[in-house]
Design a protein around this ligand. Structure first.
Ligand SMILES: [Zn+2]
Length: 626
């Protein structure tokens, strides 16, 4: 792969993930979950972006990365900056080609001439080898990162290479999955917007402008921004073409003579024909929208694309348009558990009943945007996964066994916040005890495209064997706030929302499995009776609270078959909480209690642990044999 492409991928990844810029260090590794690429990321406090005319660079091919580096650093010097690197983005905003240039701010870097031999003798035109060498040198010298200027010199003591070193704290190294980075340079599925008018409805001179803006530009709630956000910058409407207006040789009366959804299909077919006659290369576009300048009274998704009908003076309808475009991306409607649909147009039970998902429009939690148009909500996590937009590194799959665990779920619309953005697990269907479903968990903040939601909340969907995306709308509800929990059918997994933190844009989840009986009590989860290392210090009993509320364990006891008894001190175990009772000595905390014995308790050949409450009633029993 050409090196310049890797630089662009890193820049685009940085844009979406809360950084300002970055560059690849060309290290790669596989820690067991696929290849990751070493990526150096910067914030805007340390660097600034400038579009520099190609004439300043005097480099005429974006593939010439060494030339771009030399020119960027020469440019930085002329402008009073210590260093710069190219992000290998080129654009033409109407005044000639410009190259994206990341200028390092004064004080952030140090420049050195380093003997070529000390760098391992990389060839100066070998970009990956040079980047790795600069990075390795920076690590050895205690810097955060480094890049070569691709300048070389010989002052009489052998060849030296110019190396720019980023001071500690200036940059962040992140290992980014290679397949995620690749999405940022993969050719997107392209959309063609075909502007058409019936022969008695000529467009105004400015009609084209709002479509160019809505489909190809950022700002003011455009479709371009919506799909860019839903796809985390990987796809969306990049490389959309807007064509027309083209005049359709038919009149409004002719179109209106066709009724029902056949009308929108006819308008679509006429639009394609008009575009083809005007020599638009439709085969270059996977997705097509015919935008009719008024005249029809039915529009939406059709076979092969979408028809929209908006007269010059009619406002666009983002919620409706995003929904219909979602169909064209390949999405079905979303559902609830209701026996009847929540709106007309799709007779299947529960259709349009997921108010948090655009694929239930128009029965959704929308908002009025800055232009007073109905807009939002966003797209559910499972749909983003299905479209290849939510990367597996952001999805946590729960195993069917294991003790309780606590982790943060980043808001679905915040790829810049680290951590998982979706949890999924396989469990028994809520409608068929013999069928399995996939349950998904996501955290939606009441902001941005989701500002129409009632509140920030954790939202659960069930994907049954029919494959449909179904919001859980029967009790227990699939929309839960802080302190709420969801329990899947037996064998149950409990999803409990511990807290929602607006500052960090995360929801803290506690997740655990109930015993096969479904009983919700305190139980001995396991006994580690034969640990590695010394017995009394390594032995513990893991106790889990499966109840929906906290339990005061003060005065409870834990005993073995030989009547060794441990009495709990002042201690409360939260809902879903676990505590280890260690046989040996240590300092008690919220997750660890210490019996303080010098001899082991739990026999390696077999034993019985019994947990009793403060009244002496047996609560849980755990028997094992070697
Ligand atoms: Zn629809």
């Amino acid at each position: 792969m050409a090196a310049d492409r890797r630089f662009r991928e890193v820049q685009r990844y940085a844009d979406v993930h809360g950084f300002f810029a970055g560059f690849p260090n060309f290290h790669e590794a596989d820690y067991g979950d696929g290849v990751v690429y070493g990526t150096i990321l910067l914030r805007d406090t340390e660097a600034e972006w400038r579009d520099v005319p190609r004439s300043e660079y005097q480099i005429f091919h974006i593939e010439d990365v060494p030339g771009l580096f030399r020119a960027a650093n020469d440019y930085a010097g002329r402008q009073g900056y210590p260093a710069a690197f190219p992000n290998c983005e080129q654009a033409d905003h109407g005044q000639g080609v410009v190259y994206g240039t990341i200028l390092m701010k004064p004080g952030s870097t140090e420049w050195r001439d380093v003997p070529r031999a000390e760098l391992g003798n990389p060839q100066i035109d070998d970009v990956p080898a040079m980047m790795r060498a600069a990075n390795d040198y920076s690590s050895r010298e205690g810097f955060a990162a480094g890049f070569p200027t691709f300048h070389q010199a010989d002052y009489g003591q052998g060849v030296v290479y110019g190396i720019v070193l980023l001071k500690p704290g200036v940059s962040t190294w992140r290992d980014v999955p290679a397949d995620l980075l690749a999405k940022y340079s993969a050719p997107p599925r392209r959309w063609a917007i075909l502007l058409c008018n019936l022969n008695d409805r000529p467009p105004a001179a400015t009609s084209r402008d709002r479509y160019v803006q809505f489909f190809t530009e950022s700002g003011a709630g455009t479709a371009f921004d919506y799909w860019n956000d839903m796809s985390y910058g990987t796809e969306g409407l990049r490389e959309t073409g807007v064509f027309g207006f083209f005049q359709i040789p038919h009149s409004t009366a002719e179109l209106l003579a066709i009724t029902g959804s056949a009308q929108r299909q006819q308008a679509f077919n006429w639009g394609l024909e008009a575009a083809r006659n005007a020599n638009v290369r439709l085969n270059d576009f996977e997705h097509k929208i015919v935008l009719l300048n008024g005249g029809g009274n039915d529009h939406g998704a059709v076979g092969g694309g979408v028809t929209f009908v908006y007269a010059d003076q009619t406002a666009l309808e983002p919620t409706f348009m995003f929904h219909e475009m979602g169909h064209e991306f390949g999405l079905d409607h979303s559902f609830g558990e209701q026996a009847i649909p929540c709106a007309g147009g799709d007779a299947r039970p529960g259709a349009y009943c997921d108010r948090s998902d655009i694929m239930s429009a128009m029965n959704v939690a929308s908002f009025q945007d800055a232009l007073n148009r109905r807009s939002g909500p966003s797209l559910s996590a499972i749909s983003r996964k299905r479209l290849g937009w939510l990367h597996r590194s952001r999805i946590r799959s729960l195993a069917p066994t294991g003790p309780a665990e606590v982790f943060n779920l980043a808001a679905l619309n915040r790829p810049d916040v680290e951590g998982y953005q979706m949890v999924e697990f396989v469990g028994t269907s809520r409608v068929n005890a013999n069928a399995m479903s996939v349950y998904t968990v996501e955290f939606r903040e009441q902001t941005g495209w989701d500002q129409g939601l009632n509140s920030s909340a954790v939202i659960l969907h069930e994907i049954r064997s029919d494959g449909l995306v179904r919001l859980l709308t029967n009790n227990p509800l699939g929309t839960i706030g802080a302190g709420g929990e969801f329990v899947s059918p037996s064998p149950s997994i409990v999803i409990r929302v511990e807290s929602i933190d607006a500052t960090s844009h995360t929801a803290q989840l506690r997740v655990w499995r109930l015993p096969a009986s479904g009983t919700r009590n305190v139980r001995i989860f396991t006994i580690l009776f034969d640990p590695r290392g010394p017995e009394p210090q390594g032995e513990f009993v893991l106790i889990q609270n499966d109840r929906a509320g906290a339990v005061n364990l003060t005065g409870w006891s834990l005993s073995d078959a030989a009547q060794h008894v441990y009495t709990f001190p002042l201690f409360t175990l939260p809902a879903g909480g676990t505590v280890k009772v260690w046989t040996g000595t240590g300092t008690n905390d919220a997750e660890n209690l210490y019996w303080g014995r010098r001899q082991a308790v739990w026999n390696n050949t077999g034993d019985i642990g019994i947990l009793r409450d403060v009244a002496g009633t047996e609560i849980s029993r755990f028997a094992y044999t070697a």
